[in-house]
Design a protein around this ligand. Sequence first.
Ligand code: SF4
Length: 309
Amino acid sequence: MKKIILANPRGFCAGVDRAITIVEKALEFYGSPVYVRHEVVHNKYVVDGLKNRGAIFIEEIKDVPEGAILIYSAHGVPLAVREEAEAKNLTMVFDATCPLVSKVHVELKNLYRNQYEIIMIGHKGHPEVEGTMGQVNGHIQLIENELDVDALPIASNAEKVAVVTQTTLSVDETKSIIDKLKVKYPNLRLPKNEDICYATQNRQDAVKKMATVCDAIIVIGSKNSSNSNRLKELAENLNVRSYLIDFDHEIQGEWLNDVDTIGLTAGASAPEVLVEGVIQKLQSYGFNAMENLNVVEEHMTFALPSELR
Ligand code: SF4
């Protein structure tokens, strides 16, 4: 019988859950509209749902009217954005930055204060990277891959050189980049605790296991979701066909022709309701058996701002 293997953990992480709840509670406590800088999390279904309830998503602070309620997305914001918002007469500003992203910001500011040359591993243009790099005024270089290590202009014998990373990277690729950095910079200072977050790590671990028993893997997540893209790439690197979809209606019958066992997971910003939709769709294609693949139980939660409790 054709079978679905369902990854656990999958879907919402604690940071996404908190960020969405902040927008929902702000709408409930203050009424609509509330302004959110950037998509609060990178998921089309979530963002469209919040838009329908009165959230207005903007990229530039100049588009927020005086007196408004403003929320920063889970990805974090550069200091310059906070300063621009502070200069306006806003009623309230809520910070939905994931505490695990804020942890990297604190670490980075300490390194900067201690006069380190800082290397950030991350994806150019991603809002988390812009937010993190924007915590300091220079002395930070972005690299995306191992090739970029060679081009870094920091001297190999630099005494104070440190690395930080985006939270949603490929665990394995990041390790290879850091290994190469360690060769070039013997004094390299590593993050005290991993910058890649627990949710990214756990979802990748589950895909690795699924890849050993599945003919194909479906990842539910939006195209701009970094951690979802990494799950798809990871499956492909393990030679398992993989598809990244927002909704069940995107599934094409031909994907499933020669598939007996299909793996199903969801990125950290994709809600469970979308997983349920995909399961139903797969059942309509004859995938009537289901098995859970449990990697670890997650119990992480993050507190809401006191004004919204
Ligand atoms: S993926 Fe990780 S860093 Fe991003 S919001 Fe979730 S817990 Fe926070």
